[in-house]
Write a protein that binds this ligand. Structure first.
Ligand SMILES: [Zn+2]
Length: 254
């Protein structure tokens, strides 16, 4: 009899687990890829929040391990169906997030549980308020996007003229937010102003912000932006064939 045997084995395994271990979290971490976690229907409940905590930890580590963030730079957040925001804590490394310690904050910025959020969490909240369709925000100081943000004479309405279709589909347009001190109200206000019209933006002399209807979408946009900025620098001094207006319209009709 296979089934009773399986139950017996599983029961023995569960008995050996420490009592404080969160079983749903453990199962999510070890049996589901982040793609599977993110495909879970957007419904209320602890299981969904637990899955998002695991997904944020997994995606943060993936970004960190591939050099998209370093040290304690960068932060990300996701909006829960309840309206609360799950965000990375202050001074945390995206490479070493702990699901149980992520900051759960209300839309007023008040901490509901977990560690104190990053001070940049305030602009995440400003974006969520400006964009009801946005459910995730990723902010990175990734090398090439940040290098691009330090150039003088950028077009404030659209920093990078498109030369690949994927950049058009996932990122563009990319407005520039003028430089303000990190963590300042002026910076948060400037970001909120741009967020109403654009899903991605570059912060002058600072880094990039991408958003999405899911965390995976916002992360994909951040990676696409970083790779496009890298191509931009690789192509310096060469003739670039930019996409034409018709080619851009074909990719993004609206
Ligand atoms: Zn920053």
């Amino acid at each position: 009899m296979i089934f009773p045997e399986c139950v017996k084995i599983l029961t023995n395994v569960l008995r050996r687990l420490p009592a404080e271990m969160d079983l749903p979290l453990l199962l999510n971490r070890h049996t589901l890829s982040h793609a599977a976690i993110l495909s879970i229907p957007h419904t209320e409940g602890t299981m969904y929040e637990t899955s998002l905590r695991a997904a944020m930890t997994e995606l943060g580590a993936s970004l960190f391990n591939r050099g998209f963030s370093s040290g304690s730079s960068g932060n990300m957040s996701v909006r829960l169906p309840s309206g609360s925001i799950l965000a990375t804590p202050t001074n945390s490394s995206l490479g070493r997030l702990v699901p149980e310690r992520l900051s759960l904050v209300g839309m007023d910025g008040g901490l509901l549980s977990g560690d104190k959020p990053s001070k940049e969490c305030a602009f995440h909240l400003a974006i969520y308020k400006a964009r009801p369709d946005c459910n995730a925000v990723v902010h990175l100081h990734s090398t090439y996007a940040t290098a691009l943000s330090c150039l003088d004479g950028l077009d404030p309405d659209d920093v990078l003229r498109p030369f690949t279709p994927y950049y058009v589909m996932k990122v563009s347009p990319l407005p520039l937010v003028p430089y303000f001190k990190p963590g300042s109200q002026k910076l948060f206000d400037a970001i909120a102003g741009k967020a109403e019209r654009c899903a991605s933006m570059l912060l002058a002399n600072h880094g990039a912000i991408t958003t999405g209807s899911t965390l995976e979408q916002a992360v994909n946009a951040a990676e696409e932006l970083e790779e496009t900025a890298k191509l931009f620098f690789l192509l310096q001094g060469k003739e670039i064939r930019y996409l034409t207006d018709d080619e851009i319209k074909e990719l993004k009709p609206h």
